[in-house]
Write a protein that binds this ligand. Structure first.
Ligand code: AMP
Length: 276
């Protein structure tokens, strides 16, 4: 496995590859969710690249950029053990050198849900992913359903800007009790970790209503709300039953629905979703 901080070295490595390249962009502190993307890429592509970059521009003021977990050595061991060919670890000032001023804004899809609580987040995500796609020129890029709005934003971006890449969305990997794996789960103390299962509980309760035939989106939102209300440590930021493509809130569910929520447990903000 080759590891580089240099864009020109990455380009040289890329030029020597023949056959399909799959890319997994990450912020590191890898867990089984990330590794499921890597395994999928390894099974579908001749070459696999990953990036590790804690992207400052996708953190809003007051968020956890400074304390975001970093574990590069362990990440590299994991990536190597899975057969990754190349890992790009750019420095922040090479991604955003002085004078940097170009941004990608996927307008309407970036506004609701996460966008309301994390202004500028998707502008940072879309911009860094565009830069990584231009740096690796992969044939396929792998992302997790865990970040459903990010998936919608990035699919729209590659369509709108004609990036020649397939965006592949992989299922959310969960702990045995249902908590979606996240690098931020390490922030939870034992009591909070227990309380954090309420996100999965709320989504599961809404899905059971859906499975028994309920198609009124208000009922599904209320179902999630009442499960969250029963957990004193949980403070919901949003509870949504939206169209999976437009992310607009639904009244009646005719085709698919994206059930999603953002909940603070203590100081830790968690998100999760079910795509039905
Ligand atoms: P991050 O390092 O948080 O930027 O995540 C890198 C990629 O891993 C993103 O495409 C995430 O959606 C994906 N990811 C994060 N957590 C999970 C999970 N629990 N299951 C599947 N994919 C995940």
């Amino acid at each position: 496995m080759r590891t580089t901080e240099s864009l020109s070295e990455l380009r040289t490595i890329r030029a020597s590859m023949q056959g399909i390249l799959g890319l997994i962009p990450t912020m590191g502190a890898l867990h089984a969710g990330h590794l499921s993307l890597v395994r999928r890429a390894c099974s579908e592509c001749r070459h696999v690249g990953a990036s590790i970059f804690v992207n400052p521009t996708q953190f809003s003021k007051g968020e956890d950029f400074g304390k975001y977990p970093r574990a590069v050595q362990k990440d590299l061991e994991l990536l190597e053990s899975l057969g990754v060919d190349v890992v790009y670890i750019p420095a922040a000032d090479s991604m955003y050198p002085p004078g940097y001023q170009t941004w990608i804004d996927v307008e309407a899809l970036s506004t609701p849900l996460e966008g309301k609580f994390r202004p500028g987040h998707f502008r940072g995500v879309a911009t860094v992913v565009a830069k990584l796609l231009n740096s690796f020129t992969p044939d396929k890029a792998y992302f997790g359903q865990k970040d459903a709005q990010q998936a919608a934003v990035l699919k729209r971006m590659v369509r709108d800007l004609n990036f020649p890449v397939d965006i592949i969305i992989c299922p959310t990997v969960r702990e045995p009790d249902g908590l979606a794996m996240s690098s931020r789960n390490v922030y939870l103390n034992p009591a909070e970790r227990q309380a954090a299962t309420v996100l999965y509980g709320a989504l599961s309760a809404a899905k059971s209503r859906y499975d028994s035939g309920e198609r009124d989106a208000d009922v599904l939102r209320d179902t999630m709300q009442s499960v969250l209300d029963a957990e004193p440590m949980a403070r919901a930021q949003y509870i949504s039953a939206a169209d999976p493509e437009t992310l607009g809130e639904l009244k009646t569910i005719n085709q698919g629905v994206l059930l999603s929520l953002a909940v603070c447990i203590g100081e830790t903000r968690l998100i999760d979703n079910f795509l039905i």
